[in-house]
Design a protein around this ligand. Structure first.
Ligand code: BEZ
Ligand code: FE
Length: 310
């Protein structure tokens, strides 16, 4: 079919026939059926929205000016577009539709990846992910990775990342040059991983750009509940991206990016003694490295992750 439209008859376009006409023009030379489906669905829903709310010209201008600002705020280090998707619940919806774990009753549920995942050093079980003198209270993070039939999985990559005790990821903080509060571990023959991190704290999602303006305008909560992120991988199992959230946080029900699921809420427990599992794992030197003075105990976060076979 001609792409130029030469010799085609011109129809008068109205609010009633415009949508179908635009869909025809946009999809008639589309390379495949999926592209057609995506493009025609987008146009249909956009036009329906404009009709339904009877979008005014000034509101349309505000809309495109806002999207322009979101795009202009993006840099290689700052993805404001993804943040827009996050706060509108689109990222959580895409995850809910596509997550293999959502189809299983026993697999650990997924949660949003967020913009702060980054390269990290491979560390030994028992080591600290916090740099020397890191801000925050020490927390033992440990557990197992198993298959749905309960078999322990050896050699699983457990990539862990979190903020420091001030609520900042290393890449948000120019005073920290290099990976901090992140590390990659491997499960042992019993499927176990164990490391020292810091007690997670609630923190604000980046709010100095257009997304912050929108959240304040709508009177929305900007604070994510305290959490630790995990990306868990093994060649024979489906990758899992998830996070564990603190039951103590007052923000679990109002997470601005809709990542919290009930099964991912955990008690971050204070322990006066190193629990039995920590004995002999060289945690003392990790705690020393964190410069913990007069330590009376430490926080403990324990979770057993369950992966789905490929
Ligand atoms: C995070 O948890 O790191 C995060 C997720 C989505 C948006 C901002 C931060
Ligand atoms: Fe986070």
């Amino acid at each position: 079919m001609a792409a130029t439209g030469e010799n085609e008859s011109l129809e008068d376009l109205t609010a009633d026939n415009l949508t179908q006409h635009v869909i025809n023009i946009c999809t008639r030379n589309a390379p495949d059926d999926r592209t057609k489906e995506l493009v025609s669905g987008l146009i249909q829903h956009l036009h329906d929205y404009v009709r339904e709310v009877r979008l005014r010209t000034g509101e349309w201008e505000t809309g495109w000016q806002y999207l322009t600002e979101v795009g202009q705020f993006c840099t290689p280090e700052r993805q404001e577009m993804i943040l827009l998707s996050d706060v509108l619940g689109v990222s959580a919806l895409v995850d809910a539709i596509n997550s293999a774990q959502a189809q299983s009753v026993s697999a650990t549920e997924s949660s949003v990846l967020g913009p702060f995942h980054n390269e990290a050093h491979v560390l030994e079980n028992g080591e600290s992910i916090g740099s020397e003198g890191v801000i925050g209270e020490p927390m033992l993070i440990h557990g197992t990775v198993k298959a749905t039939d309960g078999t322990a999985i050896e050699g699983v990559t457990v990539d862990v990342w979190e903020t420091n005790g001030n609520g900042f990821y290393d890449m948000q903080d120019p005073s920290r040059d290099g990976p901090d509060c992140r590390g990659v571990f491997r499960t042992d023959s019993e499927g176990r991983f164990y490391l020292i991190g810091v007690k997670s704290v609630d923190y604000n999602i980046p709010d100095d750009g257009p997304i912050g303006v929108m959240l304040r305008h709508l009177g929305r909560n900007q604070t994510r509940p305290a959490h630790v992120h995990f990306q868990i991988k093994h060649p024979a199992y489906i990758d899992l991206t998830t996070a564990l959230y603190s039951r103590d946080s007052k923000n679990v029900a109002t997470d601005p990016v809709f990542g919290v699921k009930k099964s991912l809420i955990k008690d971050f427990q204070w322990s006066e003694e190193l629990p039995a599992v920590a004995k002999g794992y060289n945690l003392e030197s990790s705690l020393q490295r964190m410069n913990v003075q007069n330590r009376k105990g430490l926080w403990v976060l324990e979770h057993d992750f369950v992966l789905l076979r490929k």
